[in-house]
Write a protein that binds this ligand. Structure first.
Ligand SMILES: CC(C)(COP(=O)(O)OP(=O)(O)OC[C@H]1O[C@@H](n2cnc3c(N)ncnc32)[C@H](O)[C@@H]1OP(=O)(O)O)[C@@H](O)C(=O)NCCC(=O)NCCS
Length: 107
């Protein structure tokens, strides 16, 4: 229960991700979104960094995601980690870029 004098809590951003096995274990981001009024505060960057940290801890060797060709904001967010970007060649993947952020390999 929320006391009357408190403002109702609101979700301002969310990320959905998982680990998958494709020869190696990769992280994959399914969804990342921030409410309009809280954009450009670094929230998406912080959420994705948390997902990168968690999947690296879980043994993944990198993080993949797909971004629509016209989604410049998300492509700009991804540039923070300078990911490898390539056209998505999967069925139904037309119009999307596949981004891969490889984690540093310990030698
Ligand atoms: C894409 C999205 C998640 C970015 O969230 P955000 O919290 O605003 O992103 P950040 O504040 O971490 O942005 C980091 C940097 O990315 C770049 N960037 C973010 N949004 C941008 C925009 N609209 N235009 C240009 N550059 C942008 C900027 O360089 C920004 O740094 P700066 O604000 O210091 O200049 C948000 O716009 C969103 O929810 N969009 C709709 C959902 C979506 O498309 N999700 C991705 C596919 S699932």
């Amino acid at each position: 229960m929320v006391a009357k004098q408190n403002k109702p809590k609101k979700i301002i951003g969310l990320i959905a991700f998982e680990a998958f096995i494709d020869g190696n274990v990769f992280g994959y981001v399914h969804l990342l979104a921030v409410t309009h009024e809280r954009r450009r505060e670094g929230i998406a960057t912080a959420l994705k960094q948390a997902a990168l940290d968690q999947t690296a801890t879980d043994g993944c060797i990198g993080m993949e995601s797909k971004v629509a060709l016209e989604n410049i904001p998300m492509q700009q967010v991804n540039k923070y980690w300078t990911p490898e970007i390539e056209p998505s060649e999967e069925i139904g993947g037309e119009g999307f870029l596949k981004t891969v952020i490889p984690y540093e390999q310990e030698i």
